[in-house]
Ligand binder design. Structure first.
Ligand SMILES: Nc1ncnc2c1ncn2[C@@H]1O[C@H](COP(=O)(O)OP(=O)(O)OP(=O)(O)O)[C@@H](O)[C@H]1O
Ligand SMILES: [Mg+2]
Length: 562
């Protein structure tokens, strides 16, 4: 690692945070270092052995050494091999443990971020954070470990070099800083490229995940070629970037080798003249040269260590920046306040600089049914998201039972609602795990009853009931079946407020009739908020709110009955 980069790396907060993660494993790391020292010493031993081998066997022709020295070589390599294995395995365990912690933390934290943040950030870049950035970070950590091993090896080899001839050693090491200079420049360049690599990988992942989700449309419109071409452009950008990085990385090696070759040429000249004059034995000279040559490999490792450390640090920067975003609490009080009249006063919502909801006044008395209707894009789903506490309002006041929800923990507030989204969301698993979602001890009877109420039982029963496998986010079900399963999930939760955002839009009139009956049975027993267009459903409502361009344009008193 170069002089100029060490302070930058140390000053980076990411580096300090990584160190604090690493420091939890002090014991293991010390153990690994011990093995590294043994391995380093053995490396020095290998170079040292050249001197007796040449001087005693080849020049003195000493027969007894012919047996001992080869045995010595085997011993040294055995020690080195054992120590290398043990240090590597000890460190990989530390690395993987840190990675596992970060991976878990990243997943949990991402889900705790506000919905707005998740909607705004592309799936691809979030996915690439989980894959590429973690990989880069792991390489960075691995390199940090190799840094120590290389250092120990260099120290041991230096000892041999100085022992054999301190004058020659001094001359060699004066030229060393010249070899370091290119590394300073390359490290900085790579870090910048590393950031672009992550962005680019994010875009690639984004397009991939979009294409997978849109496979139906792409295939039916014959868009495979078009998508492939679009993808090829992204892949090309990534290729160019990787080539730029490779050019920098790969140039490091020959440049250092060239500098080393110059150094070795001078050493051969100077050392050779010493041997010729009898100032040094042949064995000592070759041992010196071997040790010097062997220093090259750990030095090269150090140089690529710097490059990889820079990439790992830029990945760490991005990971920590993501983790530093404020997350929402999800804790629930053991005894949350009871549900009461929900009211909003002058409710405003801005998204992406646009006013989506403008000055809404709404009162939802407990145990009443409210229908929200209006043209597409009018703001119904957005209002629902505000009601559910998923999007924070930009202005106005929301109260439950006369108390502002500002002081209410998010988990408590969300705990009032069960919800069916406009696009039904299913998870890969069984029908049971979808209905009794996140319930560690699912209640089979309640799940079946909810499925019946949601009119989902008639299609589930013949194909496996609660054990039916739901594949690929519900891809093996029809749109209406997915909706009914999502409704069953909401009914299973049995919370004070049931919220349905166009939950019956995909159903035939008979199924819709059944759902309407279910809702009608719940009428007066739960607070119900329903976004709907068809009179069949709105007829259930006690009040009907007409939302257009984010404003309430009309209110009606409904029948509250079928
Ligand atoms: N994340 C967002 N950023 C910016 N604008 C958004 C965002 N989400 C929604 N909008 C805009 O808000 C407006 C209301 O959208 P919303 O989804 O609430 O409509 P809707 O009434 O539910 O429509 P539909 O009946 O089609 O479901 C739309 O004009 C939409 O473009
Ligand atoms: Mg909507």
């Amino acid at each position: 690692m170069s002089d100029a980069d060490v302070p930058t790396a140390l000053r980076s907060p990411s580096f300090r945070r990584l160190l604090s993660l690493v420091s939890a494993y002090r014991g293991r790391i010390l153990l690994a270092m011990l093995f590294m020292m043994i391995s380093g010493a053995a490396t020095g031993g290998v170079a040292y052995m050249i001197k007796p081998v040449l001087d005693r066997i080849f020049i003195d022709r000493n027969a007894s050494m012919l047996l001992w020295l080869p045995l010595g070589v085997i011993m040294i390599y055995a020690v080195k091999g054992g120590a290398d294995y043990l240090q590597a395995i000890t460190l990989v365990r530390v690395e993987e443990d840190i990675l596992r912690g970060l991976r878990e933390c990243l997943f949990a934290h991402t889900l705790r971020l506000p919905l707005g943040t998740l909607i705004d950030s592309s799936h691809g870049s979030t996915l690439s954070r989980m894959s590429l950035d973690l990989t880069l970070l792991q390489q960075g950590l691995a390199v940090l470990a190799r840094f120590f091993l290389s250092t120990f090896q260099i120290v041991a080899l230096m000892a041999v070099v100085f022992y054999m001839s301190w004058k020659l050693a001094l001359i060699s090491f004066i030229t060393l800083p010249i070899a370091f200079y290119p590394l300073i420049r390359f490290g900085q360049k790579l870090r910048q490229r590393g950031e672009r690599q992550q962005e680019q990988m994010g875009q690639i992942m984004d397009q991939f995940s979009q294409s997978l989700r849109g496979a139906e449309v792409i295939k039916s419109q014959g868009g495979e070629g078009f998508e492939a071409q679009r993808f090829a452009i992204q892949a090309r950008h990534y290729f160019d970037l990787m080539m730029q990085m490779a050019r920098i990385q790969k140039a490091t090696v020959p440049i250092m080798e060239m500098i080393a070759a110059l150094g070795i040429a001078v050493i051969i000249y100077l050392g050779g003249s010493q041997v010729v004059n009898g100032g040094m034995t042949t064995g000592a000279f070759f041992s010196f040269l071997t040790a010097l040559g062997m220093i090259y490999e750990p030095l090269r490792q150090l140089s690529s260590a710097n490059n990889q450390l820079q990439q790992g640090l830029s990945a760490a920067d991005r990971l920590f920046a993501w983790l530093d975003q404020a997350a929402e609490g999800s804790q629930r009080s053991p005894t949350p306040r009871p549900w009461g009249t929900w009211q909003c006063h002058d409710l405003q919502l801005q998204l992406g600089g646009e006013a989506i909801l403008r000055g809404l006044h709404i009162t939802l008395p407990p145990l009443t049914t409210t229908a929200i209707v209006g043209p597409s894009g009018g703001g119904k789903t957005s209002l629902i998201r505000v009601i559910l506490g998923l999007l924070p309002p930009s202005g106005g006041e929301i109260t439950v039972a006369g108390q502002s929800i500002r002081n209410l923990p998010a988990g408590d507030y969300r705990g009032y609602f069960s919800f069916v989204a406009q696009e039904p969301v299913l998870f890969t698993g069984t029908a049971l795990s979808n209905i009794a979602y996140a319930d560690a001890q699912p209640d089979y009877e309640r799940a079946e009853a909810s499925a019946r109420q949601a009119h989902a039982w008639d299609f589930l029963a013949p194909i496996g009931g609660l054990k039916t496998l739901i594949k690929g986010n519900g891809g093996n079900l029809s749109g209406g079946q997915r909706q009914r399963l999502a409704i069953a999930r909401a009914l299973y939760l049995d919370r004070p407020v049931l919220v349905l955002d166009e939950a019956t839009s995909n159903l035939d009139s008979e199924s819709e009739e059944h759902i309407a009956e279910t809702l009608s049975a719940l009428h007066g027993r739960k607070t119900i908020i329903i976004v709907a267009h068809r009179p069949r459903t709105t007829r259930l409502a006690d009040q009907i709110i007409h939302l257009e361009r984010g404003q309430i344009v009309a209110r009606e008193q409904g029948h509250g009955t079928i």
